[in-house]
Every structure is written in structure tokens, then in C-alpha cells.
Design a protein around this ligand. Structure first.
Ligand SMILES: CC(C)(COP(=O)(O)OP(=O)(O)OC[C@H]1O[C@@H](n2cnc3c(N)ncnc32)[C@H](O)[C@@H]1OP(=O)(O)O)[C@@H](O)C(=O)NCCC(=O)NCCS
Length: 186
């Protein structure tokens, strides 16, 4: 487990899948704001079947790494959201991160801490060089979280995103290993 000041990242447990489904699986409008692929109706049983199949697979160092976000002080380890390191490129040594919390857990510093922990995982555990983070221009909480975590805004892809009938600009952020190291030292 990676433990921060208020959040911790741990392995995804089978029982977490119903929490993820409650946030992502039932609301197409929310899904459109945070996921790249389109919403399709699905059940927790489908996610459980995928989870079970994944347990038998050989670990792949390029595969997305999924975490569950919990409070740093919760011994019961209740699932408050998810964090992902994805798009891992072992030649360029780059990857991207994504994070999402259940509504009740938002606005209390957990998202920022989870982003910091994902960066720590990327740089310290996986020895990567750069982490990217992308979000819609309309996602003020995520944009502020990226800046608070030390990311630099690097560009805007005009109308690159699509959500429920609207074209939305996508904002690109990046954090280099050297930025991260300097922030640790300071
Ligand atoms: C985006 C998200 C992970 C941020 O986590 P959080 O725990 O809510 O945010 P924190 O409490 O850690 O605050 C981090 C920053 O966001 C800002 N913020 C949080 N909620 C906000 C809101 N509703 N409106 C504007 N800013 C907000 C905080 O003020 C802080 O910025 P600051 O340091 O400049 O003051 C969380 O809100 C979430 O899960 N949202 C839904 C899923 C999502 O959009 N994921 C990202 C997809 S790209």
C-alpha cells in the first residue's frame, strides 16, 4: 500500500467493483466526463468476471495499473475511488494517470493526495520519466488538482473531447521526473 497524508492507494478488491459500478456504471453523463470510451450498460457481474479472469493472467509490465483509493487512516480500507497508471510506454518511459472519487469523498484533499501517490508510484516504483494527465477544460476540480500536484499545463486540444452531444476542449498536463524531484527536495 502507498500511504500519503490523507489518502492511500491499495490493490483493487473484488468488493470494490460494486463501488466503481455505482459511480461509473449507472450514469452515462458522468461516465462521459471521465472516461475515454463510451458508456455501455453493464452489470457488476461483468466487471467481476473480468476481474476473476485477470487474476489468472501473467503480470504485464505495460498493462494499466489499477488502484483503489482509501483514507490513509481507515483500517477497514473502505473504497473511496480509483486511481490508474495507464498508457505505460517502457521505451519512452512515460505514462498517464487518472483518478476518480465517489461523490461523498470529494473536496477533502483525497484526490490531490491520490494524484501525488500515483506520481510517486510512477517515478519511485516504476522509474518513469514523465507522467501525463488529461482532462476536459470544463473539469475545474481536476484542473486545479493537476496544478496543485505540480503539473504544468502544456496544451489544449480544441474540441477533442465529446460528452453527451457537446464537443469539449481537452487540456494536457505533464509532470517530469525532475519537476517531481525538485518538489520533493523543496
Ligand atoms: C477531480 C477529483 C479527483 C479531485 O479530487 P478532490 O478530492 O475532490 O479534490 P481535493 O479536495 O484534493 O482538491 C484539489 C484541488 O481541487 C479543487 N477543487 C476540489 N473540488 C472542487 C470543486 N468542486 N470546484 C472547484 N475546485 C475544486 C480544490 O480547491 C483544490 O485546488 P486548490 O489547491 O487550488 O485549492 C474529484 O473531484 C473527482 O473524483 N471528481 C470526479 C471524477 C473526475 O472528474 N475525475 C477526473 C477525470 S479526468
Amino acid at each position: 500500500m502507498l500511504v500519503g497524508s490523507v489518502a492511500a492507494l491499495r490493490e483493487v478488491r473484488r468488493e470494490d467493483l460494486s463501488v466503481f459500478h455505482g459511480v461509473l456504471g449507472t450514469d452515462p453523463a458522468f461516465h462521459a466526463k471521465v472516461m475515454l470510451e463510451p458508456w455501455v450498460p453493464t452489470t457488476v457481474a461483468v466487471a467481476q468476471a473480468r476481474y476473476d479472469a485477470g487474476l489468472a493472467k501473467e503480470p504485464d509490465p505495460r498493462a494499466p495499473v489499477q488502484f483503489t483509493v482509501q483514507s490513509a487512516t481507515d483500517n477497514a480500507g473502505r473504497c473511496l475511488g480509483w486511481g490508474t497508471l495507464w498508457g505505460i510506454d517502457l521505451h519512452q518511459r512515460i505514462a498517464h494517470i487518472g483518478v476518480g472519487l465517489i461523490p461523498a469523498a470529494r473536496g477533502r484533499g483525497l484526490g490531490l493526495d491520490a494524484v501525488r501517490l500515483l506520481c510517486r508510484y510512477a517515478f519511485e516504483v516504476r522509474d518513469l520519466h514523465r507522467v501525463g494527465l488529461e482532462t476536459f477544460a470544463t473539469n475545474e476540480p481536476m484542473r486545479r488538482t493537476a496544478l496543485a500536484a505540480g503539473f504544468t499545463q502544456e496544451g489544449v486540444l480544441r474540441e477533442s473531447g465529446y460528452a453527451m452531444g457537446e464537443r469539449i476542449d481537452e487540456v494536457l498536463y505533464g509532470l517530469l521526473r525532475s519537476d517531481w524531484k525538485a518538489a520533493q527536495a523543496g
